[in-house]
Design a protein around this ligand. Sequence first.
Ligand code: GDP
Ligand code: MG
Length: 190
Amino acid sequence: MSNILRSKCAVVGDCTVGKSALIQMFLSDGRNFLKNYNMTCGVELNIKSITIPDTSATVELFLYDSSGRDLYLESLPKYWNEPNMVFAVYDVTSEASFNSVNRWVSMVRDYVPIRGASSAPGVLFANKIDLLERRSVSPKAGAALAEKLGLHYFEGSAKEYSGVEEPFFLLSYEWHKLLTEKRKQFNLIG
Ligand code: GDP
Ligand code: MG
């Protein structure tokens, strides 16, 4: 019996950190890098199905590519419609984008429906590591922030399609695990 689990993932971070590029590369298996900056207006929804190995389950990831512009800030939660997970992105060449992470993550967590929202699966992604010489935020600082916020730390480059899939897979596996445990608690499955 197939078992489709849907999860709503808010992808957030300052403008131009590479949220849309990451999502488009993930959706196209590395074929579609957005070279030019195209401003995201409001929220754009993208969907990708992830099969969970050794199970009959598929996680349908609803990726809400959210604009980092202040103009849209107030309307974002309405589009997310009770998110289940957070995917926060910063650009390793921009300390400002790193400093905004806290604010973005708390904003999403305020709208996670379950109590104890800090347990919602979440990822911190340090993007643009291909820009070696311009890097100003160290892996150590990134990992420390992730730990403080209870997020899984990943780094990579949308441009080079390195490290892009792993965080999305991890979120899907965690979601599957969380729901399976919850169902067991309620005795809905074996
Ligand atoms: P968003 O505003 O967060 O959605 O950012 P975009 O995805 O639109 O990307 C902003 C700009 O950064 C674009 O010109 C992208 O081509 C560029 N970009 C995105 N990811 C990377 C990356 O990993 N490395 C480099 N060098 N540029 C990137
Ligand atoms: Mg965008």
